[in-house]
Design a protein around this ligand. Structure first.
Ligand SMILES: [Zn+2]
Length: 577
């Protein structure tokens, strides 16, 4: 929402003038320019100076933005000059909602995101089992039955039963996460290790799926997944601390590498433990966080009350780590029928989905966060879930009083009742959305909701934007590929794989989509004075792309490559390096 967002840009105007004035000062007083980008097509996302040819970096910030001649004049013998040859430079992408360690972990386990059939999954697991000792867990993630060419006969609720998988991996427990992150599939050995039998009751907020005879199918929805995940966690108890630390470091390294290759300079990590916050702090101390992290802590209200005060960090490690947000979920996902709806699913009329955390607990979380100066970020996908969270936020905002500047967020905000859309803007609640989800989910949204409800409130970015809400962007990686270009493409086209368009009128413009991925994500982290635009005095976080994604034909956007990723003036990724 421009007026609120632009506050940061306006505030920085005196700074810009100050720096411009310093350019006329004697040479000896000028900060050394260590990096200059010249001859570029620089789109700044700063309305005071939207376009420029060149910029100069001193220290970790932008010293000046202007013409190539101006910037060359500022350069010295130690300046690295990069001739952009007309290429597009924009503020570094900020991933607005992802899972950093999960992104690294996804690089280490079976990647099931591209598989086209259940048989393929069984074959991958069989091959993995052949390469490890009996008893070793085999894990994978990213499968989605709606992406398969066909579903085997005898499937229950659209998902196969475990027997074929169990036969292919009799001696190894197997746990395979659903692409949504809201269900998992286990083989017989894993269910045995978890002590789950056909008689085990479904836990609250989850479901153990059984066939018509009451036998386990292998599918665990929402909190039921924890039963098997706990057995997996237990199997890791014998790892030494050093092994654990090495594994975590490898995950963090892989995540950083993946981000930098994709032009991502900051990352909103949507839900980590207190222990992970300490781990990030350690990495920041070592200068081992090349991508800036904005971290949400995920814990129950009791733990939050006890520990929040000791874990708040803003701009730690030279602006590489901020921890000032709390993450909770109130429902599941649409794909797995876990999103909490006001009316039953069209393709599962007996169900309105699941409220996974009760409202009192979410309210307690809000109160504790308010008391400790933490932002609240709640995962809500269904229209009932979104309404409930808006009600809880409305009450808290009232308590905090006018001018509290809370910027609380609803993560995903995927399906809204028409009556609730304008509440985001009027309350000042951020719609933390993921462009790519709309086109991934599009094919089955009609099945789940029916056309009428889908049109009213499913993935309604433009309606939200027009009603004054701040709309952010991201990928929920590793749920989706972390690639911001793919999510940008989805955001501006809403083009599905079958070449149809999913509610075209809800596309964002190219410029809006760019803002959603830069300044709006910065705003959602209280960082719009630091990043999100290429403005003098802000951090020199920049990405250079092979094509101008603001003007090329839409069908060419996905071919765009990242040429340079620059964080704090350091070139962290260079294509062809
Ligand atoms: Zn997420």
């Amino acid at each position: 929402m421009p007026s609120r967002i632009l506050t940061g840009v306006v505030v920085s105007a005196p700074l810009a003038l100050l720096l411009l004035a310093s350019c006329n000062a004697p040479l000896s007083q000028e900060p050394e320019v260590r990096l200059a980008l010249i001859n570029g097509n620089i789109v700044t996302v700063d309305s005071l100076l939207p376009y420029a040819e060149a910029l100069a970096v001193a220290g970790d910030t932008i010293l000046a933005v202007g013409s190539t001649a101006d910037i060359v004049a500022l350069s010295g013998p130690n300046t690295r000059i990069i001739d952009l040859e007309g290429k597009l430079a924009i503020p570094g992408f900020i991933e607005g909602h992802g899972h950093y360690m999960g992104l690294g972990e996804a690089k280490r386990i079976l990647d099931l995101t591209q598989v086209k059939s259940w048989e393929e999954i069984v074959a991958m697991v069989e091959e993995a089992a052949a390469g490890v000792d009996p008893g070793t867990w085999i894990t994978g993630r990213g499968w989605h039955q709606e992406k398969w060419d066909s579903v085997p006969e005898g499937s229950v609720e659209g998902v196969p039963t475990h027997h074929e998988l169990s036969a292919a991996s009799p001696d190894n427990p197997v746990l395979l996460g659903h692409a949504s992150g809201h269900a998992a599939f286990a083989n017989a050995a894993a269910m045995h290790a978890a002590g789950v039998s056909p008689e085990t009751p479904s836990p609250s907020g989850g479901e153990i799926i059984r066939d018509a005879r009451g036998e386990l199918t292998g599918l665990f929805r929402e909190t039921a997944e924890d039963l098997v995940a706990a057995a997996l966690a237990k199997s890791r108890d014998r790892m030494t601390d050093a092994e654990r630390d090495a594994e975590a470091r490898e995950q963090a390294r892989l995540a950083a590498e993946e981000c930098l290759e994709n032009g991502i300079t900051s990352f909103h990590d949507a839900g980590v433990s207190f222990a992970t916050v300490r781990f990030y702090e350690q990495l920041a101390n070592e200068g081992a966080l090349p991508v800036r992290l904005y971290v949400m802590i995920r814990a129950n209200a009791e733990d939050l009350a006890e520990n929040l005060a000791d874990h708040r960090m803003v701009g730690y490690g030279n602006n590489h780590l901020s921890v000032r947000s709390v993450k909770r979920s109130i429902d599941g996902a649409l794909g797995s029928h876990g999103a909490w709806l006001l009316a039953p699913y069209r393709d599962k009329p007996e169900s309105v989905g699941l409220q996974t955390v009760d409202s009192d607990e979410v309210t307690r979380t809000a109160d504790i966060s308010l008391a400790h100066g933490f932002q609240v970020s709640i995962h809500a996908i269904g229209d009932a879930a979104n309404r409930e969270v808006l009600d809880i936020f409305e009450r808290a905002y009232g308590q905090a009083g006018k001018g509290a500047n809370l910027r609380w967020r609803i993560e995903h905000a995927q399906h809204l009742s028409g009556a609730d859309i304008s509440r985001f803007g009027s309350l000042g609640v951020i719609a933390s959305m993921q462009g790519v989800h709309a086109t991934s989910d599009g094919p089955w949204v009609y099945k789940r909701l029916g056309a009428e409800r889908a049109e009213e409130g499913a993935y309604v970015w433009q309606k939200l934007w027009q009603s004054g809400a701040v709309v952010t962007n991201g990928t929920d990686a590793p749920v989706e590929d972390v690639d911001p270009i793919a999510s940008y493409f989805s955001t501006v086209t809403r083009l599905l794989a079958d070449s149809t368009t999913f509610f075209e009128d809800q596309r964002l413009t190219r410029q809006q989509a760019l803002e959603s991925y830069t300044i709006n994500n910065a705003y959602a982290a209280f960082e719009e004075d630091l990043k999100g635009s290429l403005t003098m005095g802000k951090l020199a976080d920049i990405v250079v792309l092979s094509q101008d994604i603001l003007s090329i034909p839409a069908e060419e956007i996905r071919e765009t490559e990242v040429l340079y990723t620059i964080v704090g003036g350091d070139v962290r990724y260079e294509k062809g390096e």
